[in-house]
Design a protein around this ligand. Sequence first.
Ligand SMILES: Nc1ncnc2c1ncn2[C@@H]1O[C@H](COP(=O)(O)OP(=O)(O)OP(=O)(O)O)[C@@H](O)[C@H]1O
Ligand SMILES: [Mg+2]
Length: 234
Amino acid sequence: MAWRLYLSLKNKYIATAGPCFNNRLMTSQFITVEGIEGAGKTTQLAFIREVLEAAGKKVLPTREPGGTVLGEEIRSLLLQQRQQGMTAEAELLLLFAARAEHLHQVIRPALASGIWVLCDRFTEASYAYQGGGRGIAWERIAVLENWVQGELRPDLTLLFDLSAEQGLARAGRRGLMDRFESEELAFFQRVRNAYLEQASRHPDRYRIVDASRSVAVVRAEVEAILHPFLRESV
Ligand SMILES: Nc1ncnc2c1ncn2[C@@H]1O[C@H](COP(=O)(O)OP(=O)(O)OP(=O)(O)O)[C@@H](O)[C@H]1O
Ligand SMILES: [Mg+2]
């Protein structure tokens, strides 16, 4: 009988899956880390993963641009020094092409199966770099964001905030510079300001972390942000 079939399906899928929104499980969360070069995103991302896994979450760490075969190829194009003449528009569109692929192949399927996605940079970086840094109007970026993402936005964005001087000094220690890292100081100051402006527009999902402090102090603050967030999203 239909209702028996409904009940067995409900028990099998709906009860275990929990409430759904925007084609994803409410139990999975989409967390992004942002900030200029050398802010400590990759360093802290490993720690965030540990905290989430210790709390019993399944976590998928990924990055942008990248995260798929096509995305990683686009990343290498974007970072190549020999692409110096690339227009800001081509740069933005390549980033969103990689993002469309990433969302389709990786991010949405993971969220739909209850996995927490932890992404090293996302669309907020397009607002900061191609918007603030290169001067593309945010309204134009928003059109691509709405087209490619629909309603999907990060649940939490940790913005590691640092002066451009400090960030570049840290990143410079790694040696060879990519196409973005070769930009002038003023570019990174505009990027930082754009990030801070974005954070002030979306205080509900952004948390600003002062990244000028030691790794251990930054870690402690990240943990303090994550714990209540973990409790809320059980
Ligand atoms: N709080 C900190 N204090 C001092 N050094 C740090 C701190 N956090 C990270 N570092 C060091 O700074 C360098 C850059 O850190 P990391 O690679 O995590 O930055 P990032 O934000 O991922 O940079 P990028 O955008 O270039 O990938 C590394 O050598 C790292 O060990
Ligand atoms: Mg990094």
